[in-house]
Design a binder for this molecule. Structure first.
Ligand code: AMP
Length: 282
């Protein structure tokens, strides 16, 4: 497994790749868990060369967020990458991707404004800027993103389309713990009690999905049901719970087509996001 830290070495490596050999990229911030691993495995199954990037991107953290204390464990990450037969790990330093005179950002407009965008105003601009840079550097045929960050996936799909980038974006399912909590590098921050509270988000989304399966076609009752299961208060704050069109992320009143149930909560000083996609046949 090759480890590259500079953009120059990465470009040289890219130029040396045989034409026609497909390359897959899995961008990560490290602290790798089974969720990341599932993306790598999907890349491994579909591409000849698999590249994982590990970069805790300062641009996507707000001033009051956890950039400094974000978990970092490079040795463990590299061991996981080796286990999954990754071909190349790209680990740039902050000053490598953002030298002192860096002044360009990439921003998606409408899709970035709602939900996470409202709660974390500078977050998506940081994400789309770094992902554009990584796609330009690695020039992968495919890049793999997790459903756990569904809005992020929608933005990246949009930016690839808008900027005519030659990469196919693949959405991979959310990997969960046995109790249903979506795996996240931040899960380690919370106590057992807070973790139990956080789990209510998945339970609420699941209850919303069940209500739709039972035939509810109006968003109002579905949202009410989700809010009831979530039961805010008692150390849990709700940022949003929504029934949206899965493509535009606009809130729906009448549920039809492919719907995404989105939610974000805070407990124990940690934010949790989750979502479920529901396909309505008629
Ligand atoms: P991060 O390291 O948190 O920036 O995540 C890197 C990639 O892994 C993103 O595409 C995430 O959506 C994806 N990811 C994170 N957690 C999970 C999970 N539990 N299941 C599937 N994909 C995930």
């Amino acid at each position: 497994m090759r480890i590259i830290r500079t953009t120059q070495a990465l470009r040289t490596w890219r130029r040396q790749q045989p034409p026609g050999a497909s390359t897959g990229l899995v961008p990560t911030m490290g602290a790798l868990h089974a969720g990341h691993q599932s993306l790598v495995q999907r890349a491994r199954r579909t591409c000849q060369t698999v590249v994982v990037s590990i970069f805790v991107n300062p641009l996507q953290f707000g001033p009051a967020e956890d950039y400094r204390r974000y978990p970092r464990d490079l040795a463990a990450d590299l061991a996981r990458c080796r286990e999954e037969n990754v071909d190349l790990v790209f680990i740039p330093k902050v000053e490598t991707l953002y030298p002192r005179d860096f002044q360009t950002t990439v921003a998606v407009s409408t899709l970035a404004q709602r939900w996470e965008g409202e709660c974390r105003p500078t977050h998506f601009q940081g994400v789309t800027t770094v992902v554009t840079k990584l796609l330009n550097l690695v020039r992968p045929d495919r890049a793999f993103f997790g459903q756990k960050d569904y809005q992020q996936y929608c933005l990246i799909r949009q930016l690839v389309r808008d900027l005519d980038l030659d990469t196919r974006i693949t959405l991979c399912p959310t990997i969960r713990d046995d109790d249903g909590l979506a795996l996240s590098s931040r899960n380690r921050y919370v106590t057992k009690t807070e973790r139990q509270r956080a789990l209510a988000l998945y339970q609420a989304l699941s209850a919303g999905k069940e209500a739709i399966a039972r035939g509810t076609r109006r968003a109002g009752p579905v949202k009410k049901r989700m809010a009831k299961v979530l039961g805010a208060g008692h150390g849990l704050d709700v940022d949003y719970l929504a029934c949206c069109d899965a493509r535009t992320l606009e809130p729906l009143s009448r549920l039809q087509g492919t719907v995404v149930l989105l939610g974000a909560i805070r407990t124990g000083g940690v934010r949790f996001i989750d979502n479920l996609i529901v396909r309505i046949r008629r």
